[in-house]
Design a binder for this molecule. Structure first.
Ligand code: NAP
Ligand code: ZN
Ligand code: ZN
Length: 352
């Protein structure tokens, strides 16, 4: 495929695992027939952005532009676009394309497609270069991977739904979390705070686990019925064997066995957190009560739209802290210290 005509757009990138992010200019393709050009207004800051910028998962190519919680307005559409028009308010999450023909794609589970194209860090089929994410002024995405944002939602607070939202909504739905169940959410960060909101909205009894005593009140304010400080052995022991389901949204090394021991017979611990290093699992906590350990990756396009519509109906958004683009490196340092209890969101208008 010949390289399409491109235009320049401002962005924030990093050139190595140890270099702070800084201002740059990148190329985007001019919109093709089925493409949507979006002027980005806000972009959420996911811990995955940090793992990626610092090459903690080992596949980063530089220069790298993170950002996959993108909301903005449509500024141009290709002549074959049917679902969107200029001026629409839209979102883009972690995926910008997939093969569209495999069983996963046909099931609307594009996140499991072997040919999925991530918003950053994948090979861009049009430009034969790594895809570049949402810490930028604009982005061009094929219309099937663009989502509609309900008009009643605050736009900045809706941005984190595109990753933190769907990543917590999808496993809670898949494992049918609901009334009568005791559900744990581990880690009060961007994902964890959305996990508490969705588990509560689905009618479960919600217990937040945090290593940060300073976040206990936040957990209650978000709707958790109980908040457990996980570094307190007595508080953990009091919860043993009592959970139907636990969603683990922790970004760093921690003890999974401590959470497996909190599950009932046939209970399930689901990882959404993606720490850099492997997490040791002992056999006995799994054997003893036929417990399961599972994982879940974001969500497909149909379910992401379903989640956004659910948020529109129930008026659910993320709790956000706005930052300027040039505050991003400090925001990463705060995430590493567990000093974020909601989602940091970049106001794209501050891109220098
Ligand atoms: P975040 O905002 O930084 O929150 C992570 C939370 O984990 C912290 O606030 C802290 O909560 C807890 N934590 C951190 N270090 C810990 C440690 N050493 N021991 C125990 N708890 C610790 O991160 P996020 O954006 O929510 O992302 C969380 C993880 O999910 C990341 O690894 C990210 O890459 C991954 N992720 C996965 C998917 C997916 O599709 N599966 C999608 C998005 C993100 P407390 O202070 O409450 O303890
Ligand atoms: Zn993310
Ligand atoms: Zn596919």
């Amino acid at each position: 495929m010949a390289k399409p005509i491109c235009y320049s757009t401002k962005a924030f990138s990093t050139t190595s695992a140890t270099t702070p992010l800084g201002a740059t200019t990148i190329e985007r393709r001019t919109p093709g027939a089925t493409d949507i050009q979006i002027q980005i207004q806000y972009c959420g800051v996911c811990h995955s952005d940090l793992h990626f910028a610092r090459n903690e998962w080992g596949f980063t190519q530089y220069p790298a532009v993170p950002g996959h919680e993108i909301v903005g307005r449509v500024t141009a559409v290709g002549n074959g676009v049917t679902k969107f028009k200029v001026g629409d308010t839209v979102g883009v999450g972690c995926l910008v394309d997939s093969c569209r023909t495999c069983p996963d794609c046909r099931a609307g589970l594009e996140q499991f497609c072997a040919g999925m194209v991530m918003t950053y860090g994948s090979m861009d089929r049009h430009l034969s270069a790594p895809t570049l994410g949402g810490y930028a002024q604009s982005i061009v995405v094929t219309e099937g991977f663009v989502l509609r944002i309900p008009a009643n939602l605050n736009l900045a607070a809706a941005a984190p739904l595109l990753c933190a939202g769907i990543t917590t909504y999808s496993p809670l739905k898949h494992w049918q979390v609901g009334p009568g169940q005791k559900v744990g959410i581990v880690g009060l960060g961007g994902l964890g705070h959305m996990g508490v909101k969705f588990a509560k909205a689905f009618g479960a009894h919600v217990v937040l686990f945090t290593t940060s005593p300073g976040k206990v009140a936040d957990g209650h304010r978000l709707g958790a019925h109980e908040v457990v400080v996980s570094t307190d052995a007595a508080q953990m022991a009091a919860q043993a064997g009592s959970f139907d389901f636990i969603l683990d949204a922790v970004s760093a090394t921690h003890d999974l066995n401590a959470y497996l021991n909190l599950l009932k017979r046939d209970g399930n611990l689901v990882l959404v957190g993606a720490p850099e290093k492997p997490l040791p699992v002992a056999a006995f906590p799994l054997l003893m009560r036929r417990r399961s350990l599972s994982g879940s990756l974001i969500g497909g396009l149909p379910e992401t739209q379903e989640m956004l519509d659910f948020c529109g109906q129930h008026n659910i958004t993320s709790d956000v802290e706005m930052i300027r683009m040039d505050q991003i490196n400090g925001a990463y340092e705060r995430m590493l210290k567990s000093d974020v209890k909601n989602r940091v969101v970049i106001d794209r208008a501050t891109l220098p």
